[in-house]
Design a protein around this ligand. Structure first.
Ligand code: PLP
Length: 387
């Protein structure tokens, strides 16, 4: 049996919505950005999730870039983020003129440790960027309290957190900004795509967000009839996705809970099968705090050592099961080493990243595939690991 690490789940309406988006261009609609489906998707996040304003973007990466441009960082301004994340989180800060300051994670959730945030705050700190790892919420009350006390902005990297919640609030709607990804490896997909959620109540920020996303022009205001010509008014880039992609995404969002339930079923099947091994102290499984309702974005196992993790990954691959690891900590990567941390500075991040293995999680895994994976996992894990 061959089980990929990920396979996008199709809901059935993808092609008809894409076709509709294309035909609309023949009767006054647009296949460029901000057409019918873009509006439907944005309204969905505003009405169902409670974002003040949602803007569809070309990727999670571009949503992060927009968020940090909107903070107007000055050279030397610092933003605290975990080192255990995807490079886009740090790149967005640097592109917007800021300096990333890497913090360690909590060993239970792999999310940024609020104590570490406190220790890393200086006179130059402007913002905190919590990353909701695996769609399991960071401790947002703690983080928002720290932000309030020090007058800092909060940009949530909720790329993995769509439809997950913190104390019933949707991830991405709690900080000043939230960033989603709809890359094909995420829970809801359109190939490449993202969204910026703006949760502040400042019309100037909303207006500037539209302008930065529209190549620095006020075209959005022009389309709404608020100005009589459109022109270059600010910096900006091309962050609007085609309405064709929005059509694909909308067909996924219509099945929001169905997709999540299927993923959760896979997640719980792993958890239940492996729990006895965790109780024997052989492995460690994900921890979901009381305040978090996660979205089963990923499932990981922590092994005793990097060697055991790598052996397990190879054995599973031999059986056609594609399990993967991540992240090389940003502070120890070639680019990240320029930002002041040295090996040993973030011990939990360094320890965990070598021992973690991700198992295939996607909505379309069949029962047979799931049984096969669990059988192989148990078979390989039983004899070899005694922590
Ligand atoms: C996927 C991801 C991103 C980037 O999203 P893209 O849509 O691929 O640009 C950023 N941060 C985190 C934590 C991610 O998982």
């Amino acid at each position: 049996m061959e089980i990929p690490f990920n396979r996008p789940y199709l809901t059935g309406n993808e092609l008809s919505y894409i076709e509709d988006a294309i035909w609309l261009s023949q009767s006054g609609g647009h296949i460029s950005g901000d057409g019918k489906y873009t509006k439907l998707v944005q309204q969905f996040f505003e009405r169902c999730f409670g974002a003040r304003m949602a803007l569809l973007t070309t990727s999670g990466t571009s949503a992060l870039e927009l968020a940090f441009y909107l903070l107007n960082l000055k050279s030397g301004d610092e933003v605290i983020l975990p080192s255990y994340t995807f490079p886009s989180t740090a790149n967005a800060i640097i592109l917007a003129g800021g300096t990333p300051v890497f913090a360690d994670i909590s060993p239970d959730t792999m999310n940024i440790d609020p104590g570490e945030i406190r220790r890393k705050i200086t006179k130059k700190t402007r913002a905190i960027c919590p990353v909701h790892y695996g769609g399991v919420s960071c401790d947002m009350d703690e983080i928002m309290d720290i932000a309030d006390a020090h007058n800092l902005s909060v940009v949530e990297d909720a790329a993995q957190g769509v439809n997950a919640r913190y104390k019933r609030k949707y991830l991405g709607t709690i900080g000043d900004f939230g960033c989603y990804s709809f890359h094909e490896t995420k829970n809801y997909v359109c190939g490449e795509g993202g969204a910026l959620l703006i949760n502040t109540d400042d019309p100037k920020i909303n207006e500037r967000a539209e302008i930065l996303r529209e190549k620095g022009t006020n075209r959005s205001q022009f389309y709404r009839g608020e100005v009589d010509k459109y022109t270059w008014v600010d910096i900006g880039s091309s962050y609007l996705p085609s309405d064709i992609l929005a059509a694909l995404l909308y067909s996924q969002l219509e099945h929001l809970d169905e997709i999540q339930e299927k993923r959760l079923a896979v997640w719980h099947a792993y958890y239940d099968a492996l729990k006895p091994l965790e109780e024997e102290g052989r492995i460690r499984l994900p921890v979901v705090p009381e305040y978090a309702e996660h979205n089963a974005h990923l499932f990981y196992v922590l092994f005793e050592t990097e060697t055991v993790r790598n052996e397990m990954m190879a054995k599973l691959k031999n059986q056609g099961i594609h399990a993967v690891f991540h992240y090389i900590p940003l502070h120890s990567s070639p680019m990240g080493r320029q930002y002041g941390c040295v090996k040993g500075d973030l011990p939990i991040t360094e320890d965990v990243s070598g021992r973690l293995l991700r198992l295939p999680v996607f909505a379309g895994i069949g029962l047979k595939e799931e049984d096969y994976i669990n059988e192989k996992l148990l078979h390989f894990m039983k004899p070899c690991i005694v922590v």
